[in-house]
Design a protein around this ligand. Structure first.
Ligand SMILES: *Cc1c(COP(=O)(O)O)cnc(C)c1O
Length: 351
């Protein structure tokens, strides 16, 4: 029998179990579809695509639209198939065999996972029990790991915590290599590292259309980074990786910034309502700047609470067996009715 690469034998794939339920609050998608007017614009534009031709390899219109939305130059935008492909491309270019990648755990599993897939050594620094990390711990971790790529995730998945600006600055100051701030949920938070991106700084900020933009089905993400870094990523990614439909979908979505902004505001208000509801129950709640909330039941094991919710057809993410997250569950903010159904079900399970 043929054998996979030695370093892949012990690795497991990434799993996010899907179960058929009435209320699905486990994968941090937007509960709202994109605006109806976007559907119409997209359908009309699709009719004009020349399907026998390769798409625009540079995705120039899409890149310009993304650049304009952030007030940067199109040469500072790298787009790919979901932010996961952005992360993979960065790790192929700047990590890989013989190189080291630093994460602050617990955080988004795919940072370490993709780093291992491309053959890098992953060093996991530890966050405190409340999932924060301080400047001294950041300096110490960088000092011993000397990472070629260092990750922060803000707001952090799965904890929801927004990284203080001082931490990003400390990491930039100490790290000898590339600093990546994964901001998949930044629109739900008060602070972003985008303002720190500059041509003379090895910082990349990664965003996605999957969460805020109600377009997880599109698979589109991007980085804002110095143009010299984007040029290296362009070398590494496969030619024509962004299909014509995706380029249109993303560009047209950016014509509906106000509608998306309204959705974000609504989700944030609902998040505050869910947090209030959780705080009235026997659970520990972690402060969230994202479209999800991490909580830990105090009176029952997390797994039992997860099952109790599932028995009531409410699916949340079971993090209870993940390292450092004993008994923790993560609930995505859904529609008003879904959030109420979740709170009602949880009240029942815990009573
Ligand atoms: C959901 C998520 C992503 C999204 O990835 P896509 O490939 O863009 O769907 C990236 N980073 C974090 C931290 C996430 O939670």
């Amino acid at each position: 029998m043929i054998r996979v690469r030695d370093d892949l034998q012990a690795l497991e794939g990434y799993h996010s179990p899907q179960v058929d339920v009435r209320v699905r609050l486990n994968t941090n998608e937007s509960p709202f579809p994109p605006p109806a007017a976007w559907h119409d614009r997209f359908a009309a534009a699709l009719a004009d695509v020349q399907w026998n031709r390769y798409p625009d390899r540079a995705a120039a219109d899409l890149r310009r639209a993304i650049a304009d939305s952030h007030g940067v130059d199109p040469s500072q935008v790298f787009a790919a198939n979901g932010s996961n492909e952005v992360l993979q491309t960065m790790l192929l270019a700047y990590a890989g065999p013989g190189r080291t990648v630093l994460t602050f755990e617990p955080t988004y599993q795919l940072h370490g996972h993709i780093a291992r897939l491309v053959g890098s050594t992953v060093v996991e620094a530890e966050r405190a029990a409340d999932f924060t990390v301080d400047v001294d711990a950041i300096r110490a971790a960088v000092g011993s790991a000397a990472p070629h790529v260092a990750f922060l995730c803000s707001p952090n998945n799965p904890t929801g915590l927004v990284e203080p600006p001082a931490n990003v600055l400390a990491l930039l100051d100490a790290a000898p290599g590339l600093v990546v701030v994964d901001e998949a949920y930044a629109e739900f938070a008060d602070w972003s590292a985008l303002s720190l991106v500059a041509e003379d700084r090895p910082l990349a900020v990664v965003r996605t259309f999957s969460k805020t933009w109600s377009m997880a089905g599109t698979r589109l993400g991007y980085a804002i980074a110095p143009s010299w870094l984007v040029a290296e990523l362009d070398k590494v990614v496969l030619p024509y990786h962004l299909d014509a439909a995706k380029q249109l979908a993303g560009r047209l979505a950016l014509e509906f910034v106000d509608e998306m902004g309204a959705r974000v505001k609504h989700v944030v208000a609902e998040r505050e309502r869910v947090v209030e509801g959780l705080e009235s129950l026997p659970v520990d709640v972690f402060p969230s700047g994202a479209n999800f909330v991490l909580f830990r039941p105090r009176s029952q094991p997390g797994r039992a609470v997860w099952q109790g919710l599932l028995d009531r057809s409410v699916l949340v993410r079971d993090c209870s067996s993940w390292p450092r997250l004993a008994d923790c569950l993560r609930v995505t903010i859904g529609t008003d009715d879904e959030n109420s159904a979740f709170l009602d079900a949880l009240r029942e399970v815990l009573s």
